[in-house]
Design a protein around this ligand. Structure first.
Ligand code: SF4
Length: 384
């Protein structure tokens, strides 16, 4: 039997007091003082085993290997905010987003929704009547996929695609479902007369709108938007981003917005988390992080953003080498083989914890105990 849709009440506030600069912090940053996060990940880890074929095992004695896609991530996302997640391809952004929607089961770690731990695929929330009740996690969280061409079933019409989550939400009669389909299609900016068309009859931007309508159909509280505009034209990107912002204001949605386009992240995010090789290395408010990036990797990432205005250009940082393999990550700081501001042997031996630097938390030994600030103006930098 389908569960009834549940609206979730806000949890009581527990205002966080941040530690001072240079002090190691173990909890995710409660940056906006909104109390208990809507979604919180602690030590979230995902390892993918690579099993060699029987032939490879017999002939060359190849051993089983492990891809450490996400390695002990702590992240807190508050109700109504947008957290941008950035990093190079293969750093674990999508895997983290998929774990937060339980499309991937974590290898280790915990996910909490409004402070309540996820048990299997269910979580306890407070319903409209003020009573705690267990609901399937997918009622509360949804995902918008990167590729609007492959994420919609080509054999189903828009009506059929949207009817599936509506039935899961508890809508039963054909009339109820039809009314909601029409509402959703119109709300995302599509023509309601096109509900019997198939995905291939729409443009890329229109398909992404169908993907957004499908996510919205469950009336979720939290949406992971996994590079939702990266495959769209720039003009269409703006329309889809505006739509996501309108829906957020209308339905008090909370977003984890994954992208590699930093200008998109800057536009839409309240806070930004930077990932490198399965770890979050820096996290802070968008304005603070873009104005004063502290982690050497964040500095390199921001320095690579093309800026038209000459006076606004940053020192360009040329990172040496490529991203290490997540099958065999380096010991210590995962960024140490490419770091231009390495502090010393400690970088190669010990994984840095997070240190509070102003409003940011930074996983870098440079901020251990001395007020050292790495500057982009190192020997490997040049002014464009
Ligand atoms: Fe560079 Fe060391 Fe900081 Fe890692 S911990 S980013 S290697 S200075």
């Amino acid at each position: 039997m389908m569960s009834e849709p549940v609206s979730v009440q806000a949890a009581p506030d527990e205002l966080a007091q941040g530690p001072s600069r240079g002090q190691a912090v173990t909890a995710p940053l409660a940056s906006n003082g909104q109390g208990t996060p809507l979604v919180e990940a602690s030590g979230l880890t995902k390892y993918f085993p690579i099993r060699p074929s029987l032939l490879a095992r017999m002939l060359v004695r190849q051993q089983e290997k492990t891809v450490r896609a996400v390695d002990g991530v702590d992240l807190a996302i508050h109700s109504g905010e947008t957290v941008g997640l950035v990093g190079e391809s293969g750093c674990g952004k999508t895997t983290l987003g998929r774990m937060l929607t339980m499309l991937h089961t974590p290898t280790a770690g915990e996910i909490r929704f409004q402070g309540n731990p996820l048990v299997g695929q269910q979580v306890t929330v407070i319903g409209d009547d003020g009573r705690p009740r267990k609901v399937p996690y997918y009622h509360l969280t949804q995902i918008v996929f990167q590729n609007p061409y492959s994420s919609l079933n080509p054999r189903k019409t828009v009506r059929e695609i949207l009817s599936v989550p509506l039935r899961a939400r508890g809508l039963k009669t054909t009339g109820e479902i039809e009314a909601e389909v029409q509402f959703l299609v119109e709300r995302v900016g599509l023509n309601p007369r096109h509900v019997d068309r198939y995905p291939h009859q729409f443009s890329g931007g229109q398909r992404q709108r169908i993907g957004i309508a499908r996510a919205l159909a469950m009336r979720p509280r939290f949406i992971v938007a996994d590079e939702p505009v990266s495959s769209l034209d720039v003009s269409i990107q703006a329309q889809v981003i505006n739509l996501l912002e309108e829906l957020q204001a209308e339905y008090n949605l909370t977003y984890l917005f994954i992208a590699h386009d930093l200008s998109v992240i800057y536009h839409i995010s309240d806070r930004v988390a930077v990932m490198y090789l399965g770890h979050i290395v820096e996290e802070g408010t968008t304005d603070d992080l873009f104005a004063t990036p502290h982690h050497p990797y964040t500095q390199a990432l921001l320095a690579a953003v093309p800026v038209v205005e000459k006076s606004a250009r940053r020192n360009r940082i040329l990172l040496q080498g490529g991203v290490p393999s997540p099958i065999d990550p380096p010991p210590g700081c995962p960024f140490h083989p490419r770091c231009f501001a390495k502090k010393g042997s400690i970088c190669e031996e010990q994984l840095p914890p997070f240190f509070q630097v102003g409003n940011q938390r930074v996983a870098c030994w440079l901020y251990d105990d001395q007020p050292v600030s790495p500057t982009a103006a190192s020997g490997d930098s040049e002014r464009l």
